[in-house]
Design a binder for this molecule. Sequence first.
Ligand code: PLP
Length: 398
Amino acid sequence: MLTDQDAWAGTLEARGGTCLMPTYARYPVELARGHGCRLVDSSGKEYLDFAAGIAVNALGHGHPALVRALRTAAGGLLHVSNLYWTEPMVRLAERLTAVAGMDRVFFCNSGAEAVETALKVARRARPGRPKIVVFDRSFHGRTLGALSATAQAQYREGFAPLLSGFETVPFGAFEATSSAVDESTAAVLVEPIQGEGGVRPTPSGWLEHLRSLCDRAGSLLVLDEVQCGVGRTGTFFAYQGEGIVPDAVATAKALASGLPMGALLTRGEAADALGPGQHGSTFGGGPLVASVAHAVLDVVLRDGFLDGVREKGAYLGKRLDAVVAQHPIALEARGRGLMWGIALDGPHAGDVVSVLHELGMLTVPAGKDVLRLLPPLVITRDEIDEGVALLDRALKVA
Ligand code: PLP
């Protein structure tokens, strides 16, 4: 019997090439289904998933808690307007503010929207201050505001005029940031670990330095944890491992572990910056997506889960160091928790990703010279060993 999959297998690239905007250089891989940390393509070939939808599928694929939450929520309200109260949204705001040490949440549908919200908060909370300090190789999203904050030419090219007021400072630089943050600065916007920019963790003590500069100048410290948040680095938010509290934090990706959800968490004046009518989102915080986010929090905040991420992350890091030492093409493994990058000695990331496809493993590049590993947080040690062995083979041939 012919299945639906048999009917379309092998056709998607040719069909999609004529009717989808070519905004992605998609790989020749047609994904059909998945379970746990495995994905299966239309030919039945299995892949070990070290991409997790670029840090989205924290619980892997088909996790029973997610399936249960979706089934239950599907029989309830899917959507009502944000002009009304719904319980899953309010309880989610209560849980997130409690875990993050924040006061209020704005719910939206993506990382870029969470960043846009932060920019609007900064404008309202610090009127008359035109400057927002951002960092080289940052990535904050593709909408025009978020793009204005993104200091990478390849994403910005052809979209001028962008918003003015953004000043770019070298990432991790102590002195340069000290001179940039002043009384004209509304906010400093930073990723605690840069993702798209090459998996670059902040140097020790630098976030604390930013916190004190912002306190001195009266600027907001806004963290973009869209990629590194929701447990990825071994604490719920990465800043919780750094001993600081920001004024606002943007989150998305893993928050509903596969359904579109973003949020900006805020405290103090940032929490009260936007009033009725000053911002909104038709779908933000809807009952279905909020119910799924509860299931994600149930798992990620369960006793021992984040300890497990830290332990598995330390193990992965050690294994990667050993692999890097074996291959001249690999310069360094860097990261935290289950967010790792392997710096390569040239623009080989695409080649390594393709060789890994052949070997049955999904990873993502971060720029041309960094290979990024973002497995689901539920990955096992055996799966880590399997992934490291495949990577070792790929680096031999790439
Ligand atoms: N901020 C960071 C740090 C990201 O990594 C991303 C996406 O990769 C975004 C913002 C944009 O998120 P989205 O694609 O959901 O708009």
